[in-house]
Design a protein around this ligand. Structure first.
Ligand code: HEC
Ligand code: HEC
Length: 296
C-alpha cells in the first residue's frame, strides 16, 4: 500500500530538501557579498516598481480612452445617422404621403388616418406590402409590389417613429417558437378570417382577409402588431412576442408542406375531406349504377 500510515509522514518525507530549495543561500550578515546582494536586490525591486507603474498607467490610459473617446464618437455617429435618415424620410413623406396623411402626420379627413403613434411597424407593414402609398380609395388598401425601396422604407420608418413613437420592428429569429403552440394559437386567433391554413377568405363590405402565401416573417409579425383594416391588433399583451414567433413558425411551416393526400380540399381537416370523398364518391358510384341499369 502506498498510502502512508501516519498522516504526518506524507508531509515530512523530505523536509530538509524543500527548505533548502526555497531559502536563498545565506551569507554572513555585514559581509561585502551580502551588502552587494542587498543593493542589487533593492535596485531590481525599484526597476520592477517602475515597470509596474508604467504598465498600470498605460492600462489606465487605454481603459479611459476606450470608455470615453470611441463611445462618444459612436453616439455622435448614430445620432447623426438617425437624424439624416429621419430627414430623408420626411422628404419622402412630403413627396408621397402628405396629401392623405397631413403635414404633421395628423391625417386628412376623408383621405387618410393620422399616423401619430402607429410606429415603424405599421409603416413597414403598409409600405412593404405595397398597400401604401394608396393609389385609389376602395373598400380596403390592396397589396401590390412595393413602390419604395427598402432604404426609403427605413427612412420613412425613422421619420414616423420620431414623431409620435409606436410599435417598432422586432429583432432576432422570428420563427423561434413552438410549432404546436403556434398551430393552436393560429386556429384560435387567425383561422376565423384567414382559414385554417392561411388561405384567406372573404369578409363583409367587400373586404377580405388575404392569403398568407406571400407574407414573409416580418410582414406577419407587423400585421399582428398593428392590425391593418379589419384585422384586430394583437399587441404584446394579447399575444406575447414568443407566441407571435410560434404563430409565424406555424404559418411558414404549413406553407412549405405539400398536400399529403393528393389534392387538398382547402385543408379544412380530415372529417370534411372524408365527407367530400364520401358524397362525391357515392354520387359517382350511384351514377354509374343507374347508367348501367338504364343500358340493360
Ligand atoms: C391616397 C391617399 C393615401 C396616400 C397617398 C397614402 N396613404 Fe397611407 N393610408 C390611407 C388610408 C385611406 C389609410 C387607411 C386604410 C387602410 O389602412 O387600408 C391609410 C393607412 C396608412 C397606415 C396605417 C395606419 C394605422 O392605423 O396603422 C400607414 C402606416 C400609412 N397609411 C402610411 C402611409 C405612407 C408611409 C404613405 C406614403 C408612402 C401613405 N400612407 C400614403 C391613405 C393614403
Ligand atoms: C377579423 C379578421 C382577421 C383576423 C382574426 C386576423 N386577420 Fe389578418 N388580416 C385581416 C384583414 C382584413 C387583412 C387585410 C388588411 C389590409 O389589407 O389592410 C389581414 C392581413 C393580414 C396579413 C397581411 C398579408 C399580406 O400578405 O399582406 C397577415 C400576415 C395577417 N393578416 C396575419 C394574421 C394573423 C397571424 C392572425 C392571427 C394572429 C390574423 N391575421 C388574424 C383580417 C384578420
Amino acid at each position: 500500500m502506498s498510502t502512508p500510515n501516519h498522516p504526518s509522514e506524507a508531509f515530512d518525507e523530505n523536509p530538509g530538501t524543500a527548505r533548502r530549495l526555497l531559502a536563498p543561500r545565506r551569507h554572513a550578515p555585514g559581509s561585502p557579498v551580502a551588502a552587494a546582494l542587498t543593493r542589487r536586490r533593492s535596485k531590481r525591486r525599484r526597476r520592477l516598481t517602475n515597470v509596474a507603474g508604467l504598465f498600470a498607467g498605460l492600462c489606465l490610459m487605454g481603459a479611459l480612452y476606450t470608455t470615453i473617446v470611441p463611445g462618444a464618437q459612436a453616439a455622435g455617429d448614430t445620432t447623426t445617422a438617425a437624424g439624416t435618415a429621419e430627414a430623408a424620410g420626411q422628404a419622402i413623406y412630403n413627396r408621397t404621403c402628405i396629401s392623405c396623411h397631413g403635414a404633421n402626420l395628423e391625417g386628412v379627413p376623408q383621405r387618410g388616418p393620422s399616423l401619430i403613434g402607429v410606429g415603424a411597424a405599421s409603416v413597414y407593414f403598409q409600405v412593404h406590402t405595397g398597400r401604401m402609398p394608396l393609389a385609389r380609395q376602395g373598400a380596403q388598401a390592396i397589396e401590390k409590389p412595393p413602390v419604395l425601396s427598402d432604404k426609403e422604407i427605413d427612412q420613412l420608418m425613422a421619420y414616423v417613429q420620431a414623431h409620435g413613437g409606436g410599435p417598432t420592428l422586432p429583432s432576432g429569429d422570428l420563427r423561434a417558437g413552438d410549432l404546436a403552440q403556434g398551430g393552436e394559437l393560429f386556429r384560435l386567433n387567425c383561422s376565423s378570417c384567414h382559414n385554417f391554413v392561411g388561405e384567406g377568405g372573404a369578409l363583409s363590405s367587400g373586404k377580405a382577409a388575404p392569403s398568407l402565401k406571400n407574407a414573409d416573417d416580418l410582414t406577419i409579425y407587423t400585421a399582428m402588431l398593428t392590425g391593418p383594416e379589419n384585422m384586430p391588433v394583437f399587441g404584446d399583451s394579447q399575444l406575447t412576442p414568443d407566441e407571435k414567433r410560434s404563430i409565424i413558425d406555424y404559418v411558414q411551416t404549413i406553407k412549405a408542406q405539400a398536400d399529403p393526400g393528393g389534392a387538398g380540399v382547402g385543408r379544412i381537416g380530415p372529417v370534411s375531406e372524408g365527407l367530400v370523398i364520401w358524397v362525391v364518391g357515392i354520387g359517382v358510384m350511384m351514377f354509374g349504377i343507374f347508367w348501367m341499369g338504364s343500358k340493360a
